[in-house]
Design a binder for this molecule. Structure first.
Ligand code: FE2
Ligand code: FE2
Length: 170
């Protein structure tokens, strides 16, 4: 779907303001699958989710964008804080939504997308909206790509990834 350049610029502005936000940059310190980090992961999910939403002409782009950026905004590293390890898979969407509400005042529709992104792990939190399904699916695609990478060359890869997430629209 072609979107008016005004809308495109507006989405890019939102993306850039999150990408430069100091609170968001803390996600870089949170390690993720196979040597990725939470910042790279979340912005990759955001880019893919927007790409798919445009391709299928589905969903509210602003909700998708913000929810994708914040879907893993839980801000702890369970690899370091082992007390968080046991329940991390099931609880982190709720922690992320709570933190996002505290720091960015997100509204209900965005919160719901974040809550349901781990379905079917959280079986009762089914992604009911188009936005929720797009974000949840994009998260799974990026996760699969990440776990297929080796841990080798981690530093080199991070540099490449940071370059890839510089802009929402390439
Ligand atoms: Fe997650
Ligand atoms: Fe994720």
């Amino acid at each position: 779907m072609k979107i008016p350049s005004e809308k495109k610029n507006h989405l890019e502005d939102i993306y850039q303001s999150f990408l430069k936000d100091e609170r968001i940059l803390k996600m870089r310190e949170v390690s993720m699958h196979r040597g990725s980090n939470c910042l790279v992961h979340s912005f990759k999910v955001a880019k893919l989710a927007i790409k798919r939403a445009l391709r299928h002409k589905k969903g509210d782009l602003e909700i998708i964008l913000i929810a994708a950026i914040l879907h893993d905004y839980y801000l702890y590293d369970w690899r370091i804080d082992r007390s968080k390890m046991k329940h991390h898979l099931g609880t982190h969407p709720y922690t992320a939504a709570k933190n996002a509400e505290r720091d960015f005042g997100i509204h209900e529709a965005i919160k719901k997308v974040i809550h349901s992104h781990m379905w079917p792990v959280n079986f009762t939190d089914f992604p009911k909206t188009k936005e929720a399904r797009i974000v949840s699916n994009a998260d799974k695609t990026i996760y699969l790509k990440e776990i297929m990478c080796s841990k080798k060359y981690k530093a080199k890869r991070e540099k490449k990834y940071l370059k890839q997430i510089e802009f929402l629209f390439d």
